[in-house]
Ligand binder design. Structure first.
Ligand SMILES: Cc1ncc(COP(=O)(O)O)c(C=O)c1O
Length: 385
């Protein structure tokens, strides 16, 4: 079927985190999409409600098969049922991994800039946060491998939290980059947890490599975290997966989950996850085509109207990281100027020091909304030079 991504659905007054306004502000921030979910997912949830009994639920063989099939056929990641654990979210899993791989006070390395919870969960869990800044060249971020190794040695780092594809920079790390990173981590016995939640949103011309496909011989120190929620725009349902291919490591993670009895999802999450992987393909293909066109439109709009903004074109997902330093001197003031013009973007400074005077624009919305948001951005910033 043909989905209509141009349809504007009013999300205000629904408890939406993103659309929290009482006025007509346009939300181009939190990373969910303003598109209705795929019909098979909505139908399956409706059927579960119609059935009428919402009792305790466990993952079925069909659910495991759907996950194994999706990851095997798309990415060559060979999983068995024993490699898969469930978790209410990728962020809760990031926090869990502190206790799997590190002790209080030990050092955890993350890149700068990075999706904010990578930093906050490390600190809130009493670990030492070590940042390695990404290098910017040719309009995209690169891992600074020399800096990463130096920081690992200097701080005796135990765990590296990788974001692939990267939020907010949109990089899909190449096999060469990942192998170089793996070699360093292996050399210094650093565990790697790879947050791969944006994997299925990889854009044309780029190839996503699950970290576990490279980890042969190092599986005891590698975990992938991913979810169907970002891919299929069902983040409010909550649900995610933890993949590990070493038996002892799976056991350790499982024991850690058992401490808080947090290893199960709810009925709707299991249902949505299975149906998404079995039947969500058609929706995803169309959503990605629409998103790519929105990215093109945004890049062109900014080039033509706000030419001093430096745009990082994403290789995955629908978040565009832009450098607005030509249009402001102070982070909060830049954000406030945009908010006053009734458009909300994600403020770059929340993503680390490298986010200074940057903004993240979420373009996964109907084109008319996006254009209105960009027009307001233009109105706010064109006066600010
Ligand atoms: C890199 C990354 N990890 C995790 C999450 C959130 O995951 P969850 O909702 O499963 O906790 C996001 C959401 O934007 C994200 O961008």
């Amino acid at each position: 079927m043909q989905y209509n991504f141009d349809e504007i659905v009013d999300r205000r007054n629904t408890g939406s985190l993103k659309w929290h306004y009482t006025d007509d502000t346009i939300a181009l921030w939190v990373a969910d999409m303003d598109f209705k979910a795929a019909e098979p997912i909505l139908d399956a949830i409706e059927q579960a409600v119609q059935h009428g009994i919402l009792g305790y639920t466990k993952p079925t063989e069909a659910l495991y098969d759907s996950i194994i099939q999706w990851h095997g056929s798309r990415y060559g990641l060979q999983l068995t049922k024993e490699n898969i654990l469930f978790s209410p979210g990728v962020v809760p899993s990031l926090a869990l991994m502190m206790n799997v791989f590190t002790e209080v006070g030990e050092a955890v390395l993350v890149n700068d800039p990075i999706y904010t919870p990578f930093m906050s969960k490390v600190e809130q869990n009493g670990r030492k946060l070590v940042l390695s800044a990404l290098k910017e060249a040719e309009g995209k971020y690169h891992l600074d491998l020399a800096d990463i190794e130096a920081k690992i040695i200097e701080h005796d780092v135990k765990l590296y939290l990788l974001c692939n594809p990267h939020n907010p920079g949109g990089r899909v790390w190449t096999v060469d980059e990942l192998e170089a990173l793996l070699a360093i981590c292996k050399k210094h016995n650093v565990a790697i947890v790879s947050d791969e939640i944006h994997q299925d949103l990889t854009l044309t011309g780029h190839t996503f490599i699950p970290f576990l496909t490279l980890a042969k011989g190092y599986e005891h120190n590698v975990v992938s975290l991913t979810s169907m929620t970002k891919t299929f725009n069902i983040a409010g349902i909550k649900g995610s997966m933890i993949f590990a291919t070493n038996e002892a490591l799976v056991k350790k993670i499982s024991q850690q989950q058992n401490l808080n009895d947090e290893y199960e999802l709810n009925l709707f999450a299991y249902t949505a996850m299975r149906v998404a992987y079995e039947q969500g393909d058609e929706w995803l293909t169309q959503a990605l085509a629409y998103i790519e066109a929105n990215i093109d439109l945004t890049v062109q709009f900014l080039e033509e109207n706000l030419p001093k903004i430096k745009v990082m074109r994403p290789e995955a997902s629908y978040l565009i990281w832009v450098d607005c330093s030509a249009y402001g001197q102070e982070d909060q003031a830049l954000y406030d100027t945009l908010r006053a013009a009734k458009v909300e973007l994600s403020a770059g400074f929340k993503y680390g020091e490298k986010g200074h005077l940057k903004m993240r624009i979420n373009v996964a919305c109907p084109r008319a909304l996006l254009l209105e948001g960009l027009t307001r951005m233009y109105a706010a910033l064109s006066d600010a030079t």
